[in-house]
Design a protein. Sequence first.
Length: 431
Amino acid sequence: MHTRRVATMKWNRKVSGFLLAVGAIAAFALAGCGAKNSSNDGGSSKTLTIGFWKGDSPQESKGRNTLFKNFTKATGIKIKQKVYNDYNTQLMTDLVGGTAPDVFYVDSSVLASLQTKGVLEPLNSYMKKDNFKTGDFYTPTYKAFTGNDGKQYGLPKDYSTMGLYYNNDLLKKAGYSASDIPKTDTEFFAFLKKLKTKLPGITPLTISPLLARQMFIMQSTGAKIITKTGKSNLDDPRIIKALQPLVDADAKDKTVRTFKEIGFGSAMDAFGGGKTVFSDEGAWQVSGLKTNFKKLNWGTTEFPTINGKKANMIFTVGWSMNADSKDKSDSWKFIKFVTSKKQSQQYSTTASVLPSRKSVAKAMGLNDDKDMAPFVEAANYATPWIAGVNLDTIQVRYENIIPSAFQGKISLKDALTQATESANKDIDKQK
Protein backbone atom coordinates (compact mmCIF):
# COMPACT_ATOMS: atom_id res chain seq x y z
CA MET A 1 0.00 0.00 0.00
CA HIS A 2 2.35 2.89 -0.53
CA THR A 3 3.48 2.15 -4.12
CA ARG A 4 1.65 -0.79 -3.19
CA ARG A 5 0.10 -4.18 -3.09
CA VAL A 6 -2.70 -4.83 -0.72
CA ALA A 7 -4.98 -7.02 -2.79
CA THR A 8 -3.49 -9.99 -0.98
CA MET A 9 -5.29 -8.93 2.18
CA LYS A 10 -8.43 -10.31 0.48
CA TRP A 11 -10.95 -8.05 2.13
CA ASN A 12 -13.93 -9.66 0.44
CA ARG A 13 -12.95 -13.18 1.40
CA LYS A 14 -15.99 -15.42 1.73
CA VAL A 15 -16.18 -16.79 5.24
CA SER A 16 -19.63 -18.34 5.45
CA GLY A 17 -18.35 -21.91 5.81
CA PHE A 18 -15.98 -20.79 8.52
CA LEU A 19 -18.65 -18.87 10.40
CA LEU A 20 -21.07 -21.77 10.31
CA ALA A 21 -18.61 -24.51 11.20
CA VAL A 22 -16.83 -22.61 13.94
CA GLY A 23 -19.84 -23.14 16.16
CA ALA A 24 -18.50 -26.58 16.96
CA ILE A 25 -15.36 -25.17 18.52
CA ALA A 26 -16.87 -24.30 21.89
CA ALA A 27 -18.11 -27.84 22.43
CA PHE A 28 -14.71 -29.32 21.63
CA ALA A 29 -13.01 -26.81 23.90
CA LEU A 30 -15.25 -27.87 26.78
CA ALA A 31 -14.33 -31.44 26.04
CA GLY A 32 -10.72 -30.62 26.70
CA CYS A 33 -9.32 -30.08 23.23
CA GLY A 34 -6.64 -27.44 23.61
CA ALA A 35 -3.72 -26.21 21.58
CA LYS A 36 -0.73 -28.48 21.97
CA ASN A 37 2.18 -27.14 23.92
CA SER A 38 4.81 -26.15 21.40
CA SER A 39 7.28 -24.87 23.99
CA ASN A 40 9.94 -26.60 25.94
CA ASP A 41 11.93 -25.39 28.87
CA GLY A 42 15.26 -23.87 28.10
CA GLY A 43 14.98 -20.54 26.32
CA SER A 44 16.24 -21.13 22.78
CA SER A 45 14.51 -24.54 22.62
CA LYS A 46 11.09 -22.91 22.75
CA THR A 47 8.96 -22.84 19.62
CA LEU A 48 5.82 -20.87 18.76
CA THR A 49 3.51 -21.84 15.93
CA ILE A 50 2.35 -18.88 13.85
CA GLY A 51 -0.47 -19.20 11.33
CA PHE A 52 -1.22 -17.15 8.23
CA TRP A 53 -2.83 -17.61 4.83
CA LYS A 54 -1.16 -18.44 1.56
CA GLY A 55 -1.35 -15.96 -1.28
CA ASP A 56 0.68 -13.03 0.00
CA SER A 57 2.84 -11.10 -2.41
CA PRO A 58 6.57 -11.98 -2.47
CA GLN A 59 7.22 -8.68 -0.67
CA GLU A 60 4.83 -9.56 2.15
CA SER A 61 6.33 -13.03 2.53
CA LYS A 62 9.79 -11.51 2.73
CA GLY A 63 8.68 -8.96 5.31
CA ARG A 64 6.99 -11.59 7.45
CA ASN A 65 10.00 -13.93 7.31
CA THR A 66 12.20 -11.06 8.42
CA LEU A 67 9.85 -10.47 11.37
CA PHE A 68 10.19 -14.10 12.38
CA LYS A 69 13.99 -14.05 12.13
CA ASN A 70 14.19 -10.82 14.13
CA PHE A 71 11.95 -12.26 16.83
CA THR A 72 14.03 -15.42 17.16
CA LYS A 73 17.22 -13.38 17.28
CA ALA A 74 15.82 -11.13 20.01
CA THR A 75 14.21 -13.83 22.17
CA GLY A 76 15.72 -17.18 21.26
CA ILE A 77 12.20 -18.48 20.58
CA LYS A 78 11.91 -20.34 17.30
CA ILE A 79 9.00 -19.90 14.90
CA LYS A 80 7.15 -22.77 13.26
CA GLN A 81 5.18 -21.44 10.31
CA LYS A 82 1.77 -22.87 9.54
CA VAL A 83 0.62 -21.78 6.10
CA TYR A 84 -3.03 -22.34 5.21
CA ASN A 85 -4.11 -22.83 1.60
CA ASP A 86 -7.79 -22.64 2.58
CA TYR A 87 -7.43 -20.45 5.63
CA ASN A 88 -10.98 -20.35 6.92
CA THR A 89 -11.69 -24.06 6.61
CA GLN A 90 -8.31 -25.29 7.79
CA LEU A 91 -8.02 -22.88 10.72
CA MET A 92 -11.50 -23.91 11.86
CA THR A 93 -10.49 -27.56 11.70
CA ASP A 94 -7.38 -26.86 13.76
CA LEU A 95 -9.32 -24.84 16.33
CA VAL A 96 -11.78 -27.70 16.72
CA GLY A 97 -9.02 -30.28 16.98
CA GLY A 98 -6.85 -28.32 19.40
CA THR A 99 -3.98 -27.98 16.91
CA ALA A 100 -4.40 -24.34 15.93
CA PRO A 101 -1.34 -22.04 15.97
CA ASP A 102 -0.43 -20.09 19.08
CA VAL A 103 -0.84 -16.83 17.13
CA PHE A 104 -2.56 -16.34 13.80
CA TYR A 105 -3.89 -13.78 11.35
CA VAL A 106 -7.46 -12.60 11.89
CA ASP A 107 -9.36 -10.51 9.38
CA SER A 108 -11.44 -7.95 11.23
CA SER A 109 -14.59 -9.11 9.42
CA VAL A 110 -14.53 -12.49 11.24
CA LEU A 111 -13.43 -11.24 14.65
CA ALA A 112 -16.97 -11.13 16.03
CA SER A 113 -17.59 -14.80 15.26
CA LEU A 114 -14.28 -15.94 16.71
CA GLN A 115 -14.74 -13.81 19.80
CA THR A 116 -18.24 -15.12 20.37
CA LYS A 117 -16.99 -18.71 20.26
CA GLY A 118 -14.28 -18.03 22.82
CA VAL A 119 -11.31 -19.09 20.70
CA LEU A 120 -9.41 -15.80 21.00
CA GLU A 121 -7.41 -14.78 24.07
CA PRO A 122 -8.17 -11.26 25.38
CA LEU A 123 -4.99 -9.21 25.37
CA ASN A 124 -5.97 -6.62 27.98
CA SER A 125 -4.19 -8.16 30.94
CA TYR A 126 -0.96 -8.58 28.97
CA MET A 127 -1.08 -5.00 27.73
CA LYS A 128 -1.78 -3.71 31.23
CA LYS A 129 1.06 -5.71 32.77
CA ASP A 130 3.56 -4.38 30.20
CA ASN A 131 2.07 -0.89 30.16
CA PHE A 132 1.60 -1.37 26.43
CA LYS A 133 0.57 1.91 24.80
CA THR A 134 -2.05 1.83 22.05
CA GLY A 135 -2.42 5.51 21.19
CA ASP A 136 -0.06 5.24 18.23
CA PHE A 137 -2.38 2.87 16.38
CA TYR A 138 -4.90 4.43 14.05
CA THR A 139 -8.07 4.28 16.13
CA PRO A 140 -10.24 2.48 13.52
CA THR A 141 -7.63 -0.26 13.07
CA TYR A 142 -7.33 -0.79 16.82
CA LYS A 143 -11.06 -0.78 17.46
CA ALA A 144 -11.57 -3.28 14.66
CA PHE A 145 -10.16 -5.87 17.06
CA THR A 146 -12.12 -4.76 20.11
CA GLY A 147 -14.90 -7.21 20.91
CA ASN A 148 -18.46 -6.29 21.77
CA ASP A 149 -17.51 -7.02 25.39
CA GLY A 150 -14.92 -4.24 25.29
CA LYS A 151 -11.95 -6.60 25.40
CA GLN A 152 -9.07 -6.49 22.92
CA TYR A 153 -8.72 -9.63 20.81
CA GLY A 154 -5.93 -8.64 18.48
CA LEU A 155 -3.56 -5.91 17.36
CA PRO A 156 -3.56 -4.62 13.76
CA LYS A 157 -0.58 -5.34 11.54
CA ASP A 158 -1.60 -3.25 8.51
CA TYR A 159 -4.65 -1.93 6.68
CA SER A 160 -6.07 -0.44 3.53
CA THR A 161 -8.58 2.34 3.03
CA MET A 162 -10.29 3.60 -0.11
CA GLY A 163 -9.84 6.73 -2.14
CA LEU A 164 -10.94 8.60 -5.23
CA TYR A 165 -8.67 8.03 -8.22
CA TYR A 166 -8.88 10.62 -11.01
CA ASN A 167 -7.63 10.84 -14.58
CA ASN A 168 -5.77 14.12 -15.04
CA ASP A 169 -5.93 14.04 -18.82
CA LEU A 170 -9.69 13.52 -18.92
CA LEU A 171 -10.23 16.30 -16.40
CA LYS A 172 -8.09 18.60 -18.55
CA LYS A 173 -10.00 17.61 -21.69
CA ALA A 174 -13.22 18.64 -19.93
CA GLY A 175 -11.66 21.97 -18.95
CA TYR A 176 -10.91 21.12 -15.32
CA SER A 177 -8.01 20.19 -13.05
CA ALA A 178 -7.68 18.22 -9.82
CA SER A 179 -8.27 21.41 -7.83
CA ASP A 180 -11.79 21.59 -9.29
CA ILE A 181 -12.88 18.26 -7.79
CA PRO A 182 -15.69 19.09 -5.33
CA LYS A 183 -15.25 18.36 -1.65
CA THR A 184 -18.89 17.56 -0.81
CA ASP A 185 -21.10 14.73 -2.03
CA THR A 186 -23.86 16.97 -3.39
CA GLU A 187 -21.44 19.08 -5.39
CA PHE A 188 -19.61 15.98 -6.59
CA PHE A 189 -22.73 14.39 -8.08
CA ALA A 190 -23.46 17.68 -9.87
CA PHE A 191 -19.87 17.72 -11.16
CA LEU A 192 -20.32 14.23 -12.60
CA LYS A 193 -23.23 15.51 -14.70
CA LYS A 194 -21.03 18.25 -16.14
CA LEU A 195 -18.36 15.72 -17.01
CA LYS A 196 -20.88 13.48 -18.76
CA THR A 197 -21.92 16.38 -20.99
CA LYS A 198 -18.36 17.43 -21.79
CA LEU A 199 -16.91 13.95 -22.28
CA PRO A 200 -19.20 11.86 -24.53
CA GLY A 201 -18.42 8.17 -24.35
CA ILE A 202 -16.59 8.52 -21.03
CA THR A 203 -18.05 7.33 -17.72
CA PRO A 204 -17.60 10.01 -15.02
CA LEU A 205 -17.34 7.52 -12.12
CA THR A 206 -16.89 3.75 -12.07
CA ILE A 207 -17.73 1.77 -8.92
CA SER A 208 -17.92 -1.79 -7.63
CA PRO A 209 -21.37 -2.87 -6.34
CA LEU A 210 -20.08 -4.38 -3.10
CA LEU A 211 -21.20 -4.01 0.50
CA ALA A 212 -17.57 -3.49 1.53
CA ARG A 213 -17.49 -0.45 -0.77
CA GLN A 214 -20.85 1.04 0.15
CA MET A 215 -21.24 0.32 3.88
CA PHE A 216 -19.73 3.64 4.97
CA ILE A 217 -22.24 5.49 2.77
CA MET A 218 -25.16 3.43 4.03
CA GLN A 219 -24.24 4.12 7.66
CA SER A 220 -23.54 7.83 7.15
CA THR A 221 -26.94 8.82 8.52
CA GLY A 222 -26.40 6.99 11.79
CA ALA A 223 -28.16 3.72 10.93
CA LYS A 224 -26.30 0.40 11.09
CA ILE A 225 -26.57 -2.40 8.55
CA ILE A 226 -27.28 -4.85 11.38
CA THR A 227 -29.72 -4.70 14.27
CA LYS A 228 -28.73 -5.11 17.90
CA THR A 229 -29.81 -8.75 17.63
CA GLY A 230 -27.54 -9.38 14.65
CA LYS A 231 -30.19 -9.33 11.95
CA SER A 232 -30.00 -7.47 8.64
CA ASN A 233 -31.08 -3.86 8.77
CA LEU A 234 -30.46 -3.03 5.11
CA ASP A 235 -34.04 -1.89 4.58
CA ASP A 236 -33.82 0.85 7.22
CA PRO A 237 -35.24 4.03 5.60
CA ARG A 238 -32.12 5.94 6.68
CA ILE A 239 -29.89 3.47 4.82
CA ILE A 240 -32.04 3.69 1.71
CA LYS A 241 -31.93 7.49 1.85
CA ALA A 242 -28.15 7.50 2.22
CA LEU A 243 -27.52 5.16 -0.71
CA GLN A 244 -30.20 6.54 -3.05
CA PRO A 245 -28.08 9.33 -4.63
CA LEU A 246 -25.41 6.86 -5.73
CA VAL A 247 -27.97 4.44 -7.16
CA ASP A 248 -29.83 7.24 -8.95
CA ALA A 249 -26.57 8.45 -10.47
CA ASP A 250 -26.34 5.08 -12.23
CA ALA A 251 -29.95 4.07 -12.80
CA LYS A 252 -31.15 7.51 -13.91
CA ASP A 253 -28.25 9.84 -14.74
CA LYS A 254 -25.72 7.29 -16.04
CA THR A 255 -22.96 9.37 -14.50
CA VAL A 256 -21.98 6.42 -12.32
CA ARG A 257 -21.60 2.89 -13.70
CA THR A 258 -20.31 -0.38 -12.34
CA PHE A 259 -17.23 -1.62 -14.16
CA LYS A 260 -19.19 -4.57 -15.55
CA GLU A 261 -21.79 -2.24 -17.01
CA ILE A 262 -19.16 -0.65 -19.21
CA GLY A 263 -17.62 -3.95 -20.25
CA PHE A 264 -14.62 -4.41 -17.96
CA GLY A 265 -13.55 -7.22 -15.68
CA SER A 266 -12.28 -4.96 -12.91
CA ALA A 267 -12.44 -1.36 -11.72
CA MET A 268 -8.69 -0.97 -12.31
CA ASP A 269 -8.97 -2.05 -15.94
CA ALA A 270 -11.80 0.41 -16.52
CA PHE A 271 -9.84 3.27 -14.97
CA GLY A 272 -6.50 2.24 -16.42
CA GLY A 273 -8.07 1.94 -19.86
CA GLY A 274 -9.01 5.63 -19.79
CA LYS A 275 -12.73 4.98 -19.96
CA THR A 276 -13.65 6.67 -16.69
CA VAL A 277 -12.68 9.93 -15.02
CA PHE A 278 -12.99 8.66 -11.45
CA SER A 279 -12.67 5.31 -9.70
CA ASP A 280 -13.46 4.64 -6.04
CA GLU A 281 -10.99 1.95 -5.12
CA GLY A 282 -8.64 0.85 -2.39
CA ALA A 283 -4.99 1.67 -1.87
CA TRP A 284 -4.16 -1.68 -3.44
CA GLN A 285 -4.89 -0.19 -6.87
CA VAL A 286 -1.89 2.16 -6.70
CA SER A 287 0.73 -0.50 -7.38
CA GLY A 288 -1.42 -2.06 -10.09
CA LEU A 289 -1.70 1.21 -11.96
CA LYS A 290 2.01 1.90 -11.69
CA THR A 291 2.82 -1.59 -12.93
CA ASN A 292 0.19 -2.10 -15.63
CA PHE A 293 -0.72 1.41 -16.80
CA LYS A 294 2.57 3.27 -16.71
CA LYS A 295 1.51 5.96 -19.19
CA LEU A 296 -1.70 6.85 -17.37
CA ASN A 297 -1.71 10.35 -15.86
CA TRP A 298 -3.61 9.94 -12.62
CA GLY A 299 -3.88 11.11 -9.03
CA THR A 300 -5.71 10.35 -5.79
CA THR A 301 -7.75 12.32 -3.29
CA GLU A 302 -10.06 11.69 -0.36
CA PHE A 303 -13.74 11.01 -0.93
CA PRO A 304 -16.11 13.98 -0.88
CA THR A 305 -17.71 14.46 2.52
CA ILE A 306 -21.12 12.94 3.21
CA ASN A 307 -23.54 15.15 5.11
CA GLY A 308 -20.58 17.40 5.88
CA LYS A 309 -18.46 14.61 7.42
CA LYS A 310 -15.47 12.68 6.14
CA ALA A 311 -16.20 9.00 5.57
CA ASN A 312 -14.41 5.94 4.21
CA MET A 313 -13.91 2.20 4.71
CA ILE A 314 -10.94 0.53 6.35
CA PHE A 315 -9.93 -3.12 5.96
CA THR A 316 -7.44 -4.55 8.42
CA VAL A 317 -5.80 -7.80 9.46
CA GLY A 318 -4.34 -8.34 12.90
CA TRP A 319 -2.40 -10.75 15.08
CA SER A 320 -4.55 -12.69 17.56
CA MET A 321 -3.72 -15.26 20.23
CA ASN A 322 -5.26 -18.70 20.45
CA ALA A 323 -7.20 -18.93 23.72
CA ASP A 324 -6.00 -22.54 24.07
CA SER A 325 -2.33 -21.78 23.50
CA LYS A 326 -0.10 -23.32 26.14
CA ASP A 327 2.46 -20.58 25.50
CA LYS A 328 0.45 -17.45 26.17
CA SER A 329 3.30 -15.49 27.69
CA ASP A 330 5.51 -16.09 24.66
CA SER A 331 2.58 -15.59 22.31
CA TRP A 332 2.03 -12.14 23.76
CA LYS A 333 5.75 -11.50 23.54
CA PHE A 334 5.50 -12.27 19.82
CA ILE A 335 2.47 -10.03 19.21
CA LYS A 336 4.06 -7.20 21.15
CA PHE A 337 7.30 -7.58 19.19
CA VAL A 338 5.87 -7.70 15.66
CA THR A 339 3.55 -4.73 16.27
CA SER A 340 6.30 -2.56 17.79
CA LYS A 341 7.30 0.60 15.94
CA LYS A 342 10.63 -0.77 14.75
CA GLN A 343 9.31 -4.08 13.47
CA SER A 344 6.18 -2.50 12.02
CA GLN A 345 8.32 -0.16 9.96
CA GLN A 346 10.52 -3.00 8.75
CA TYR A 347 7.54 -5.10 7.74
CA SER A 348 5.53 -2.27 6.16
CA THR A 349 8.50 -1.02 4.16
CA THR A 350 9.48 -4.46 2.91
CA ALA A 351 5.93 -5.66 2.26
CA SER A 352 4.70 -2.35 0.79
CA VAL A 353 1.68 -2.19 3.08
CA LEU A 354 0.20 0.64 5.10
CA PRO A 355 1.37 0.48 8.74
CA SER A 356 -1.20 0.50 11.53
CA ARG A 357 0.95 2.90 13.57
CA LYS A 358 0.80 6.64 12.88
CA SER A 359 4.42 7.21 13.83
CA VAL A 360 5.55 4.57 11.35
CA ALA A 361 3.53 6.11 8.53
CA LYS A 362 5.22 9.43 9.28
CA ALA A 363 8.67 7.82 9.38
CA MET A 364 7.98 6.19 6.01
CA GLY A 365 6.97 9.52 4.53
CA LEU A 366 3.51 8.28 3.61
CA ASN A 367 1.76 11.42 4.88
CA ASP A 368 3.66 13.40 2.24
CA ASP A 369 3.40 10.84 -0.56
CA LYS A 370 1.07 12.41 -3.13
CA ASP A 371 -0.44 9.05 -4.10
CA MET A 372 -0.75 7.52 -0.63
CA ALA A 373 -1.53 10.53 1.59
CA PRO A 374 -5.33 10.36 1.00
CA PHE A 375 -5.42 6.71 2.08
CA VAL A 376 -3.31 7.41 5.15
CA GLU A 377 -5.46 10.36 6.18
CA ALA A 378 -8.60 8.24 5.85
CA ALA A 379 -7.22 5.82 8.45
CA ASN A 380 -8.04 8.44 11.08
CA TYR A 381 -11.79 8.34 10.51
CA ALA A 382 -12.75 5.36 8.32
CA THR A 383 -15.40 2.76 9.16
CA PRO A 384 -13.92 -0.71 9.89
CA TRP A 385 -15.17 -3.63 7.83
CA ILE A 386 -16.94 -5.30 10.74
CA ALA A 387 -20.63 -5.87 11.41
CA GLY A 388 -21.27 -8.76 13.78
CA VAL A 389 -21.31 -12.51 13.27
CA ASN A 390 -23.69 -12.44 10.28
CA LEU A 391 -21.80 -10.01 8.08
CA ASP A 392 -21.03 -12.59 5.41
CA THR A 393 -24.68 -13.64 5.09
CA ILE A 394 -25.83 -10.04 4.79
CA GLN A 395 -23.05 -9.28 2.31
CA VAL A 396 -24.02 -12.15 0.01
CA ARG A 397 -27.67 -11.15 -0.10
CA TYR A 398 -26.83 -7.49 -0.72
CA GLU A 399 -24.44 -8.24 -3.55
CA ASN A 400 -26.84 -10.70 -5.18
CA ILE A 401 -29.44 -8.00 -5.79
CA ILE A 402 -27.83 -4.55 -5.64
CA PRO A 403 -26.56 -4.65 -9.26
CA SER A 404 -30.20 -4.74 -10.40
CA ALA A 405 -30.91 -1.58 -8.42
CA PHE A 406 -27.93 0.21 -9.97
CA GLN A 407 -29.16 -0.86 -13.41
CA GLY A 408 -32.65 0.48 -12.69
CA LYS A 409 -34.30 -2.93 -12.95
CA ILE A 410 -35.65 -2.69 -9.42
CA SER A 411 -36.06 0.17 -6.95
CA LEU A 412 -33.46 0.51 -4.23
CA LYS A 413 -36.15 0.15 -1.58
CA ASP A 414 -37.39 -3.13 -3.06
CA ALA A 415 -33.85 -4.41 -3.52
CA LEU A 416 -32.83 -3.75 0.07
CA THR A 417 -36.13 -5.12 1.38
CA GLN A 418 -35.57 -8.36 -0.52
CA ALA A 419 -31.95 -8.53 0.64
CA THR A 420 -33.01 -8.02 4.25
CA GLU A 421 -35.73 -10.64 4.14
CA SER A 422 -33.49 -13.21 2.45
CA ALA A 423 -30.58 -12.56 4.80
CA ASN A 424 -32.72 -12.83 7.90
CA LYS A 425 -34.23 -16.11 6.72
CA ASP A 426 -30.71 -17.42 6.23
CA ILE A 427 -29.71 -16.21 9.68
CA ASP A 428 -32.72 -17.89 11.29
CA LYS A 429 -31.83 -21.18 9.60
CA GLN A 430 -28.35 -21.04 11.09
CA LYS A 431 -29.64 -20.97 14.66
